[in-house]
Design a protein around this ligand. Sequence first.
Ligand SMILES: Nc1ncnc2c1ncn2[C@@H]1O[C@H](COP(=O)(O)OP(=O)(O)OP(=O)(O)O)[C@@H](O)[C@H]1O
Length: 232
Amino acid sequence: MGITVNSISKSFGHGEGAVQVLKDVSLTVDTSEICCVVGASGSGKSTLLNCTGGLERPDSGTITVTDQEITSLGHKALTRFRRHHVGFVFQFYNLVPNLTARENIEVCEYLSRTPMPLDELIDELGLGEHQHKFPSQLSGGQQQRCAIARALVKRPAVLLCDEPTGALDYEMSREMLRLLEQVNQDHGTTVVIVTHNQAISAMAHRTVTVRDGRVEDVSLTPSPVPASSLSW
Ligand SMILES: Nc1ncnc2c1ncn2[C@@H]1O[C@H](COP(=O)(O)OP(=O)(O)OP(=O)(O)O)[C@@H](O)[C@H]1O
């Protein structure tokens, strides 16, 4: 279970214009861990996350997510795997503007074989009184919570978050991180957080530092700091 990335490389472009973004990257994330991926802008963090979630394909190497080697799957099987097992949360929430918060979550509920009870999830994420509002009527934090609910409704084994606090102010960022921690603790979901904010790594069991397309460092924290104690 968990995630194993084995020696992946990834380039964009062709010929002389090709840029190698990931260079022989290997890492593991154990089941039910919170893993932070940190590194400078352009170091390859998002590309690594997108390959891990099956949104991009590496040029070489293998990736195994919850016992499934996704790099050997065809297009349809990969889409199915992603739909059922991987939740994504992005910096910009990608909510459908003309659907309410609840309807945005329902779209993903319909696609799932074993969805979480919707009302329970909406309550858990504090969206009860906001569920019938449209995204434009929600605060940034509420939109991000809706995005998390959408990712969680299918009970994903892994939740991949790309700069989940990137568009939020300080207090909302801390609230978001508390929520990710709660998801990890309550559901045992493996959570990967890509961030440029080094301080967030204090709440992670594992921190992977990426530099210029390579894993520069992996550090393990047996007793991470609760998200509520983070400050930066
Ligand atoms: N689809 C693409 N086509 C061409 N180049 C790309 C593509 N996606 C990413 N890149 C390039 O790959 C490099 C790494 O990008 P990536 O987004 O993975 O880095 P990052 O560490 O997540 O950066 P940031 O923190 O700024 O989001 C950058 O130089 C970027 O321009």
